[in-house]
Write a protein that binds this ligand. Sequence first.
Ligand code: SF4
Length: 439
Amino acid sequence: MKTQIELAREGVVTKQMQTVAADENMDAERVRDGVAKGQIVIPNNPFCKERKVVGIGRGLRTKVNASIGTSSDICDIDLEVRKAVAAEEEGADTLMELSAAGDLDAVRRAVLAATSRPVGNVPLYQAFKETIRRTRNPAKLDPEYLFDLIERQLVDGLSFMAIHCGINQYTIRRLRKQGFRYGGLASKGGTFMVAWMDMNGKENPLYEQFDRVCSLMKKYDAVLSLGNGIRAGAIHDSHDRAQMAEMIVNCELAEIGRAMGCQTMVEGPGHVPLDEIAGNIMLEKRMSGNAPYYVLGPIPTDVGAGYDHVTAAIGAAASARHGADLICYITPAEHLSLPTEADVREGVRVTRLAVHIGDLSKYPERRERDRQAAMARRDMRWGDLQDLLLFPEVARAIRDSRRPEQSKTCTMCGDFCAMKKGMEIFDKEISGDKVANLG
Ligand code: SF4
């Protein structure tokens, strides 16, 4: 079986590329070209049930990922399935199943059965969990078991995987020589792999046998997402030498994977101050040859817990604006607890809003919906306005709960409605549609 990238290089426009082009309202040849160059990926494991085809990368709408999964403290498969359904209902483009407790095969299969979205995971979670269960010692993880497990998970129908290939002994030396790390290590899979390398005095098998990782991913045409194990967990660690060492390796691996015919994207960067987000994305794009960039947040302050879905949305709008391609949501529970179903809904909503804002600047030509909404608001066509909003039912519920005396206005200003008064005076002069008239 040939992968999307191999077919694209042969000039073939696949069914998946056509679907992406139709969804994005763009030419299918442009999608093919982006896939051929490794700038667009389509996570669409052909061995699983029919799933929504989603394109991620250059020229496409910025996508939203929702991560769910059990923990050792809260382990309820039904709850995780409900969260998967909730994330899809709220408009998440992809899902990551990141369970770390319970029967991991069962929860993965239940989530895959419950959603039509492409699903990804982090195979190191199950690898270390099972090793600890069997031997009580994560250092005993057998690399052969890890590779077998990756394939077993792919057979179930995962469309992408975050695999921590970029952590190597060089990266760890940079970390040790640095002398600081305000936020410590923030990646579960990455930290366990660092510990394994340290305890065994060996190189990361996922780095050492990178061609084997790519071959496995190619066999299922799954997208290899190069995990960010040394990501910054505090804004003061942003772009430190350890993080940059891993980023350089990941960008290099993205190039190697792409050359092998494996669809590849790069992950990053964790906590990043707002003024460094543009630079971070520029570095990833420049060093990887514009591989799709999958970012977590970024989170631009360390003191927002309780509202970190908003913190991350601010980072997400900036990162989408500067070229990030897939953004992992953050929920109100971030840094505090496992999210509830309500947290998942809220997280997806604010992240969708953030990427919409980012995309308005990334693609200024795609502002038509906002223009239509502005005109509906100006003309006080409340029904039309609500239909154009990202969250119409929320807007409708708020307005309906506080009805104004005059149907055209709202209870914010009542008799002092500036919109109504302004249009009464200037209707003839400003109610035109000049942008549309200009074509
Ligand atoms: S009442 Fe105030 S907030 Fe409401 S539509 Fe009029 S100007 Fe806008």
